[in-house]
Design a protein around this ligand. Structure first.
Ligand SMILES: Cc1ncc(COP(=O)(O)O)c(C=O)c1O
Length: 369
């Protein structure tokens, strides 16, 4: 039986050939392919400023630095996401202030965001979880009323549409990930989409050693910048992937719709559908306790049947690092429930509808037995 991983990137022959040409060209670090990739990404995002990075983690960290966020500042973020989201807030010396997620959308609960704002709050960092957009109208209304920056963690959401507009084509600072398990890849990589040319100027410095050049080409170093520039090899992968992104996302949507048709284990909470969803993941919540089934056993048995299953994500506030900030079990019941019950099923463009049926049938048999 073929092993079905929970995700797998697809690189077409033209992209592989293109990468081989870059490798032979002698120019491997940031060069013409990075410029072309950023220009095409900007075009995809309706003409916004688009800047590539070696990872979304680096991009998010630089976004916080652009906003001048550091020690003594608070950033509001969901209690359920990948560790990178709150970690970067800690890395710049600020405090992540968690709020619970909505159990249906699994996105940050915006009612609770309002309640968590203090005089120290500088920004909101929401996550468009699994490719479903946060309510951006409400988000920007809250941020506008309280004078807060917004750094959208759109690691899952390249191609996601909110009310007819792509995530990253509007708003404040928006961060994408191009890790191989995302909807498109540059192997490792990420990008920021920005509106403000002054932010973009700061970004250029923070992304590459803080170096600035005058018209005569003389160098100066003005901030202790990092080193986050994408390679031309990775950018060439991104150019090939971006051209196929909408087709990839169409296929993801088709597969997700088939999961809704075929998944028939009782009392599971399926993901919210939502317009413009880019279906980065499909993750039902399975009531393991009520079924007298251990999640580890379930995942092990799926694996024995050659099906990969992921967990996205354990609640963040229960990790040791965040317990040290005073967070405890019971603080965010929805994040904790997701952490206990979620399983990420295989979903990637190379899959077939038959694969979806096989996943659903296998899961049903395991639960029955
Ligand atoms: C929500 C979220 N934010 C940030 C990241 C970090 O992305 P990268 O691996 O490109 O640094 C990820 C990666 O999985 C993620 O899922």
């Amino acid at each position: 039986m073929n092993y079905l991983p929970f995700t797998k990137p697809f690189l077409d022959e033209a992209t592989i050939q293109g990468v081989a040409e870059v490798l032979r060209s002698g120019w491997l670090a940031s060069g013409p392919n990075v410029a072309e990739f950023e220009s095409k990404l900007s075009g995809y995002l309706g003409g916004r400023i688009a800047k590539s990075f070696t990872s979304a983690t680096g991009a998010l960290e630089v976004a916080l630095e652009i906003c001048g966020i550091g020690p003594g500042d608070e950033v509001i973020t969901p209690a359920m996401s990948f560790a990178a989201t709150p970690n970067v807030i800690m890395r710049v010396g600020a405090k992540p202030v968690f709020v619970d997620v909505d159990i249906a959308t699994r996105n940050i609960d915006l009612d609770q965001v309002e309640k968590a704002i203090t005089s120290k709050t500088c920004a909101i960092m929401p996550v468009h979880f699994a490719g479903l957009a946060v309510d951006c109208d409400r988000l920007y209304d809250i941020a506008g009323r309280h004078g807060l920056r917004v750094i959208e963690d759109a690691a899952h959401a390249i191609g996601t549409v909110w009310q007819g507009r792509k995530i990253g084509s509007f708003g404040d600072i928006v961060s994408f990930s191009f890790h191989p398990n995302k909807n498109m890849t540059t192997i490792e990589g990420g990008a920021l989409s920005l509106a403000d040319p002054d932010d973009a100027r700061k970004l250029d410095q923070l992304r590459f050693h803080g170096i600035v050049k005058d018209d005569a080409g003389n160098q100066d170093v003005v901030v202790p910048g990092g080193k986050y520039n994408l390679s031309d090899v990775a950018a060439r992968v991104g150019i090939g992937q971006l051209a196929q992104l909408d087709a990839f996302n169409e296929k993801r949507k088709l597969l997700a719709e088939h999961y809704f048709d075929c998944w028939d284990i009782e009392d599971c909470l399926l993901p919210a559908k939502g317009e413009g969803h880019s279906w980065h993941m499909f993750a039902p919540l399975i009531p393991f306790e009520r079924l007298h089934l251990d999640r580890k056993t379930f995942i092990g048995q799926m694996h024995e049947q050659a099906i990969g299953v992921g967990i996205h994500y354990p609640a963040l506030h229960l990790f040791s690092l965040y317990r040290e900030l005073g967070y405890r079990e019971g603080d965010f019941p929805n994040a904790e429930r997701i952490g206990r019950e979620t399983v990420t099923l295989p979903l990637f463009p190379l899959m077939s509808l038959d694969d979806v049926e096989r996943v659903c049938k296998t899961a049903r048999e395991i639960v029955k037995s």
